[in-house]
Design a protein around this ligand. Sequence first.
Ligand code: 13P
Length: 257
Amino acid sequence: MKKNVRKAIIAGNWKMNKTRPEAKALLEELKPMVSDVKDVEIVACVPFTNLETALAATAGTNIKIGAENCHFEKSGAFTGEISADMLAEMGVEYVVLGHSERRQYFAETDETVNKRTKAALAAGLKPIVCVGELLWERECNITEEVIARQIKLDFFNVSAEELKKCVIAYEPVWAIGTGKTATADQAEEVCAFIRATLAKLYGADVAETITIQYGGSMNAKNAAELLSKTNVDGGLIGGASLKAADFTTIITAAVNG
Ligand code: 13P
């Protein structure tokens, strides 16, 4: 069922890395390496300061650009924040929302992730909404409860038509930047559970079309196995997206997956 109904999306999340010249250099290196890729959507989600540089460097190529967050209000007195409209006007296509680092260090909640998702959709952006359990929650055997709650809250009042514009990234918090990858079976189990949860909320036909990524220490070595799984439709990649060769290997794995 997988690849013929769902778009495979490999997205890099650069986090707080790269100055503008470094961003340009990385994208210039990546461009020729992936120029022949057709069946996988390639996205680089970069710091706000790199967006203009990244958009210019990738214009006319098969690399799409995303931001790493956006605020939920349209405009106003929110010092330091960036609105979805500001991103859309630049030509940004994707935006990462609800990343566990935002939830952990910047006090974002499911309620604000929901508001951000709705704001991003209203601006015409494609949200990549991150969900995932803490290690403690997995050990307590409540992974499914945690994930179901996040899905229900983060997509509250999001219509089926809007959901189709969203990507969901399953990122177990214990696997992010730790070198501890979920096994392919663990990733598949939770991605399948996410799809089953979406099926309950939106119907199986809609759920089958939603791209679900795995993220958390995905790298050039483990990508092929993770991406071979039925419900793992792509990846959200941190560290390995900062190296053009490794990122390309992951993209190639998705082409073959
Ligand atoms: P790493 O690939 O560095 O573990 O980061 C994953 C991630 O958080 C992507 O959003």
